[in-house]
Write a protein that binds this ligand. Structure first.
Ligand SMILES: C[S@@+](CC[C@H](N)C(=O)[O-])C[C@H]1O[C@@H](n2cnc3c(N)ncnc32)[C@H](O)[C@@H]1O
Length: 323
């Protein structure tokens, strides 16, 4: 894992679909737009290597300064379990352990990469914190992860997306190097200068499921009535309505980060200075938090709990793209 080996070859170079063409075109590789390659089929490319595993993504290491930015963006710390799917030489997991005190697990389908990862862990003195497994990332048990790092391909990210939503706990942070997740918009996006080109980083937090119908008892200070909250959720985007007597009001400025939900409901009489803002957490069928009511300059804050009376599902399909 010396610095000369870090990310000399961009994923863009491998678009031709064969690793054999890589070494001579370094400068082009690093400036070429990053598009999606056909999956590299190493075993087919070289009959002498029929024992080599079939890669869904070619091996291209992330430059070390980009690794550091990935770990900074996800705020990795000693309480984290960092998973790198397709871990290459293990640099992300090893750095997370060595520099941030995290535990980690790297998985790669290529035994050569796993050998390198284990050597790098030994050299860095973090073998007690990290583990490397030769496995297919699609069949990997990812449930223990609190941070997920990926440098894969757009099609692989999309194929993984349902698994991430199914298996990861709300609040799990994900960072992907260079490739997004289709219509699942990132919570943050940034660029980092590497030795040869700009690298894109995309960051998401797995949201809790708030979809469905909830019954909310307003505090006395806000009228004391029962309200019905109907929420729809597409990835982390929440929209919906709250009943107010015989009227239905849209919720505004809804934001879901992990299990934290906030939204505002304006006054049903259209008074611009009167509104209610909910800030709280989703925990299964309970929504618990505070309701801040504003009436002109008077602000009151009261604890509220809502119960889910009808469960809904998070919409995860790619078809209804909103981008
Ligand atoms: C672009 S490299 C990223 C390496 C490392 N994560 C990094 O950022 O430096 C992708 C890695 O995924 C591995 N890989 C490809 N297909 C895989 C699969 N189905 N299961 C597990 N690993 C795979 C490759 O062997 C390669 O090491």
């Amino acid at each position: 894992m010396n610095s000369n080996s870090h990310g000399r070859i961009g994923m863009g170079l491998l678009m031709a679909g064969s690793l054999a063409v890589v070494p001579s075109a370094r400068s082009w590789a690093e400036t070429a737009p990053v598009a999606e390659p056909a999956p590299a089929r190493v075993a087919q490319a070289n009959p002498a290597e029929t024992a080599r595993p079939k890669l869904d993504v070619p091996y291209v290491p992330t430059p070390m300064n980009v690794v550091e930015e990935m770990l900074r963006l996800t705020n990795v710390n000693k309480n984290d379990m960092v998973y790198d799917l397709g871990c290459g030489d293990g640099r992300i997991v090893v750095t997370a352990a060595k520099e941030h005190g995290a535990r980690g697990l790297g998985v790669d389908i290529d035994p050569e990469r796993i050998r390198e990862s284990r050597e790098n862990a030994k050299e860095a003195g973090v073998t007690d914190k990290v583990q490397f497994l030769q496995k297919d990332l699609f069949t990997m048990d990812i449930r223990p992860a609190t941070v997920m790092t990926m440098y894969l391909l757009p099609s692989v990210n999309l194929k993984l997306r349902p698994k991430l939503f199914r298996d990861l706990r709300p609040g799990t942070r994900i960072v992907s190097h260079d490739f997004d997740m289709g219509s699942w918009q990132p919570d943050k996006e940034t660029q980092v200068s590497g030795p040869f080109r700009q690298h894109n980083l995309y960051y998401w937090v797995i949201p809790a499921n708030a979809a469905g119908e909830w019954t909310l008892q307003l505090p006395k200070s806000a009228g004391g009535q029962k309200r019905t909250l109907r929420l729809r959720q597409r990835f982390q985007q929440v929209s919906g309505t709250m009943s107010a007597g015989d009227r239905t009001l849209p919720i505004r400025d809804a934001k879901m980060t992990g299990d934290r939900l906030t939204f505002t409901v304006a006054d049903d009489a259209g008074n611009p200075n009167t509104s209610m803002t909910f800030e709280g957490r989703v925990n299964g069928s309970t929504l618990k938090g505070n309701l801040v009511s504003r009436k002109g300059s008077a602000i009151t804050k009261s604890a509220v709990t809502a119960r889910r009376t009808r469960a809904g599902a998070i919409e995860l399909s790619e078809e209804s793209r909103s981008r």
